[in-house]
Design a binder for this molecule. Structure first.
Ligand code: NDP
Length: 335
């Protein structure tokens, strides 16, 4: 089935590299024949800037694994054409991850062709713009919250720590957890963002320096659980300060990929370390996470933590996220 008004020519950001493997990034005009195989064609309305998009566009880490590539791991838009009866032209859809923007042409494009298995219908109660305000970062925050709940965490068990608090994952996690009634402690390196973090629902702030050095095997118990977007020494310290029977959801590596910890928190305090991956998460879990986001995220807080930029500012925003200059979440207006 096809919509009458298809976009044959459209704008996209394209990452390429030359024979010496030097990367270039430019806005180009493409045709639909430039896209890769897929059974659904989407007119993209909004995308967003995640840390991974920043790495892809700046070339700072090997995120892109096929050239040329259109970056952008998140999209919200409308079905233009579909060979799958679950997705009809005109319906609004959302996509997060699945290698889009890494191995499959991504979201920084007015038109995308993708596999229907990767799409979900836009959740009720959220606009396409809200969905990209949330993006992979916010949907990962919800995966963390769901994992902590499954491990038995409830607001009465004690405070919950959020690391990387002023970033995308951290900001959305604070907003969700405070709405659910948790006492949220925000760990940040940006004390200037105290008013922002408290407006999202943080009750207390700690300086990220307190958690960034080498950890003792066990330390004073300070929280019942945590959402950790930082990894490395920070995660080791978070574990060593988690109270008996608590749980920590690990989703990020802003400080580093290492984990210089010991087994002490696990075998002496029964602490659980919960691994969170958003990219290949099964569809049922994604649908649950998005429906929880529609229910448990205060939309006025979401709007206060997002900024929208036009398509031609996407490359600058991608560089800024890698430099740690972005607060909360950036939406890209693709249309
Ligand atoms: P952002 O860049 O928006 O936020 C990261 C935050 O981490 C920063 O804002 C900063 O917070 C803090 N931070 C940065 N550098 C350091 C450092 N050296 N030491 C301690 N803290 C630091 O990124 P996102 O929120 O989008 O992503 C966060 C992490 O989660 C990334 O590593 C990303 O790759 C990962 N991720 C993983 C996913 C998964 O599927 N597992 C999905 C999405 C993201 P502050 O200024 O408050 O200190």
């Amino acid at each position: 089935m096809r919509m009458e008004r298809e976009m044959d020519q459209f704008k996209a950001i394209v990452i390429d590299r030359d024979e010496e493997k030097k990367q270039s990034v430019a806005v180009k005009t493409l045709n639909q024949s430039d896209l890769m195989d897929g059974d659904v064609t989407v007119q993209v309305a909004y995308s967003t800037v995640n840390y991974k998009d920043g790495l892809a566009i700046t070339g700072k880490s090997p995120v892109v694994r096929r050239w040329p590539m259109i970056p952008g791991i998140d999209m919200a838009g409308t079905v233009l054409a579909s060979d799958n009866s679950d997705f009809k032209p005109g319906q609004e859809v959302v996509l997060n991850g699945w290698g889009v923007g890494e191995t499959h042409m991504g979201a920084y494009s007015q038109v995308a062709r993708v596999k229907s298995d990767w799409l979900i219908h836009k959740p009720e109660g959220l606009s396409a713009k809200h969905c990209m305000g949330i993006g992979t970062a916010g949907y990962t925050s919800m995966l963390c919250v769901m994992a902590l709940e499954k491990a038995g965490l409830t607001p009465d068990k004690g405070p919950i720590l959020v690391t990387g608090a002023a970033g995308g994952v951290g900001s959305v996690a604070i907003a969700i957890l405070s709405k659910l009634g948790y006492h949220v402690i925000a760990s940040t390196g940006r004390s200037s963002e105290e008013a922002y973090l408290k407006s999202l629902g943080a009750s207390e702030l700690i300086d990220r320096e307190e958690l960034s050095g080498p950890a003792r095997p066990l330390n004073k118990e300070k929280w019942a659980g945590a959402v950790d977007a930082v990894g490395s020494h920070t995660l080791a310290n978070v574990l060593s300060m988690t109270q008996y029977g608590g749980a920590v959801a690990a989703c990020g590596l802003a400080q580093g990929m290492d984990l210089p910890s010991s087994v002490a928190p696990f075998i002496l305090r029964g602490v659980s370390l919960l691994g969170i991956d958003s990219v290949m998460a099964p569809k049922a879990k994604r649908i649950e996470a998005w429906s929880r986001l529609a229910q448990d995220l205060d939309l006025s807080k979401l709007e206060s933590l997002t900024k929208t930029v036009p398509f031609d500012e996407a490359m600058q925003a991608a560089a800024d996220i890698v430099d740690g200059k972005i607060r909360g979440r950036i939406i890209i207006d693709i249309a």
